[in-house]
Design a protein around this ligand. Structure first.
Ligand SMILES: C[S@@+](CC[C@H](N)C(=O)[O-])C[C@H]1O[C@@H](n2cnc3c(N)ncnc32)[C@H](O)[C@@H]1O
Length: 244
């Protein structure tokens, strides 16, 4: 767990929820995704959301019939999540903690899931090992994350500004008073694949959705993903793996 990541989420949770304005649903980071194939029938399944944030995906999983538990590093984010669950009259357990040290026993879940969390996690290997431990044999880990290429490219010039091979901790300085810097972790696609394999998963599917037509894309809430750039490189990487 990285303390700056936690401090940043505690500080920015309210404004994130307000500006991102995420709807209840599975927010892969790309609209046209065949959820049914990736997640399967969730009726009666035990599902763990790793980094549930404001709970919009968590609520959608519960509405599909799963018994869902959410874990997140940020108390503020969990506050937004529990308020949303109350609004939707959903009973969902949440835990405050890191996806790298799950406070759950072995073999408890059929599916571990998340969207847009792993860029904040320093030790992805530990997270995958923990997911493997709490999944029942044959259970699945399905997630989306920012595509490793996307954050290397300047949103205005579309130039590749940084090296794909410079992986590890990346700090974006926030000059506002009382705002912790934004710390993320960069990896290659092969790093993600190898960490999954090391943890005992078999990768079933990789998806890099997109098209070369800017008209197919939206700009995102912070203008961070202009349609012309999204038409050149994938913005999201989606992975489905099975715990052997
Ligand atoms: C962009 S949000 C994504 C959450 C949710 N899927 C959504 O779309 O809002 C990232 C979340 O990851 C959580 N997070 C970051 N590092 C974490 C860690 N090591 N363990 C648990 N949660 C973590 C943050 O607190 C934040 O709520």
């Amino acid at each position: 767990m990285d303390r700056t990541v936690k401090a940043r989420w505690e500080r920015t949770s309210d404004e994130f929820q307000e500006t991102a304005d995420i709807s209840v649903g599975i927010n892969w980071g790309w609209d046209d995704i065949d959820d049914e194939t990736l997640l399967g029938d969730l009726e009666g399944k035990d599902v763990l959301e790793l980094g549930c944030g404001g709970g919009q995906d968590t609520a959608a999983l519960a509405e599909r019939g799963a018994t869902v538990t959410g874990i997140d590093l940020s108390r503020e984010q969990l506050g937004h999540a529990t308020a949303l669950f109350d609004e939707h009259d959903l009973e969902i357990d949440v835990a405050e903690g890191s996806v790298t040290a799950l406070p759950f026993g072995a073999d408890q879940f059929d599916l571990a899931f998340n969207t847009w969390v792993f860029q904040w996690v320093p030790d992805l290997q530990a997270c995958f090992e923990e997911a493997y431990r709490v999944l029942r044999p044959g259970g699945r880990l399905v997630f989306s994350m920012p595509h490793p290429f996307f954050s290397l490219t300047d949103a205005e010039t579309h130039k590749l500004e940084e090296s794909y091979f410079d992986t590890g901790r990346h700090v974006l300085v926030d000059h506002r008073e009382d705002y912790p810097n934004m710390v993320t972790y960069r990896r290659r696609v092969s790093d993600v694949h190898n960490a999954l394999r090391e943890a005992g998963f078999v990768v079933d599917e990789l998806k890099e959705p997109g098209s070369s037509d800017p008209g197919d894309h939206e700009a995102g809430p912070w203008g961070e993903s202009p349609p012309e750039l999204r038409a050149k490189i994938p913005r999201v990487l989606i992975v489905a793996a099975t715990a052997e």
